[in-house]
Write a protein that binds this ligand. Structure first.
Ligand code: PLP
Length: 365
């Protein structure tokens, strides 16, 4: 018998996302000690699958934290005390990462564009010509604005700056679109589990290049919990420095199998199809896309509330039908709303959501 209650509300919010019953069940496996050979086997069998999904030969570390923890880890370990980090910001999450770097005592410069716009590679090229940076940090998919930044174009620019590490937050796009870690020369590629990977929250992954470990050796205060050198030392033994979320690892192991069985290309195409359906609905329903043309996210759509509907009333209506979407983030609350189309959500689920939203719009006129 399922231990779950019967108040199932399907999440169309950009994290946590809907998790399939099979994945929830995978967490219920018997516990094992994290210094046991069974654990090492679990850790080891996840590695090649993680590397495949990140398109990398680098190790993929497991963090017992959400994605924010890996921001701390990357900012702290990839930037020397006397050096600087450049943050590309275009929304709430990219701004917060810049703040996290500052709070970790780093010297931060920022290229900021208006929310809804993407940061352009020429802006990065300009900044790099003027100042030397230990690292450039960006958010590939800005979940607040629905912008997918041109990370592959930043990669081209960064080819001329081999000393500058490339730190990329792929939190709301990993497992929903291709993130070519090695092809794009990404040094830290970080994500949480509760977005397009479609696991419960509580764990994060990061593909980390040897150049980051080299840099970390030159940083005095790396702390302990998020120190990449400490994490790497244990990684070599298929282990983690502290107790990891073993139940989530069982679920991740199962989810990696399922993702690879679906096929990465097929999974990305499904995300693209759902994004397309969403953009078509936005136009058909008389709203507008908040994100800049040419930079729309494949996993989350931020809708400009041009019809000035009551988003709380919409969500109350949807909840009665077992669904929920997300209001705008931070200063965009009320002015936008967000529809996530990521993870294991299917086009049929999107169609059901749009039918319910159409019904609401007809009622409010
Ligand atoms: C792009 C992006 N980066 C980072 C975060 C923070 O991640 P977490 O909540 O897993 O710490 C979020 C959360 O929504 C996000 O969307």
């Amino acid at each position: 018998m399922s231990p779950r209650n019967d108040h199932h509300v399907r999440l169309f919010i950009p994290g946590p996302v809907e998790v399939r019953p099979e994945i929830l069940d995978a967490q219920a496996e018997w516990m094992i000690g994290h210094r046991s050979s069974d654990f090492a086997a679990l850790y080891a069998r996840m590695q090649p699958k993680l590397q495949q999904t990140f398109y990398t030969q680098h190790p993929v570390y497991l963090y017992t934290s959400s994605g924010t923890g890996v921001w701390e880890s990357a900012s702290r370990c990839a930037v020397r005390d006397e050096a600087r980090i450049l943050h590309l910001t275009c929304g709430a999450f990219s701004e917060r990462w810049a703040e996290v770097s500052e709070l970790n005592g780093k010297q931060v410069d920022v290229i900021a564009v208006e929310w809804g716009q993407a940061v352009k590679p020429e802006q990065l090229a300009d900044a790099l010509r003027r100042t030397a940076y230990d690292a450039v940090a960006c958010v590939m998919n800005e979940t607040s604005t629905g912008v997918r930044n041109p990370v592959e174009d930043y990669a081209e620019v960064l080819k001329d700056y081999p000393e500058t590490l490339f730190l990329v937050d792929v939190v709301s796009i990993y497992a929903g679109a291709k993130v070519d870690v090695d092809g794009w020369g990404i040094d830290v590629c970080l994500t949480s589990t509760q977005k397009a990977f479609a696991l419960p929250p509580g764990m994060a992954f990061a593909a980390v290049s040897p150049a980051v470990l080299e840099r970390a050796r030159q940083v005095r205060n790396r702390g302990y919990y998020f120190d990449v050198l400490e994490i790497d030392k244990h990684h070599q033994k298929n282990n983690t420095p502290a107790t990891p979320p073993i139940s989530l690892m069982y679920a991740a192991d199962r989810q990696l199998d399922d993702i690879l069985a679906e096929g990465l290309e097929a999974r990305f195409a499904r995300h693209e199809r759902m994004a397309q359906m969403t953009r078509e609905w936005v136009k058909r329903a008389g709203f507008a896309l908040f994100s800049e043309e040419g930079y729309h996210s494949p996993t989350v759509t931020t809708v400009a509330n041009t019809r000035e509907i009551d988003i709380s009333a919409l969500n109350a209506f949807l909840r009665e039908r077992g669904m929920v979407i997300s209001n705008g983030y931070g200063k965009l609350k009320g002015k936008t709303f967000r529809i996530a189309h990521m993870g294991d959500t299917q086009p049929e689920d999107m169609a059901a959501l749009f039918a319910a939203m159409d019904e609401f719009l007809t009622r409010v006129g």
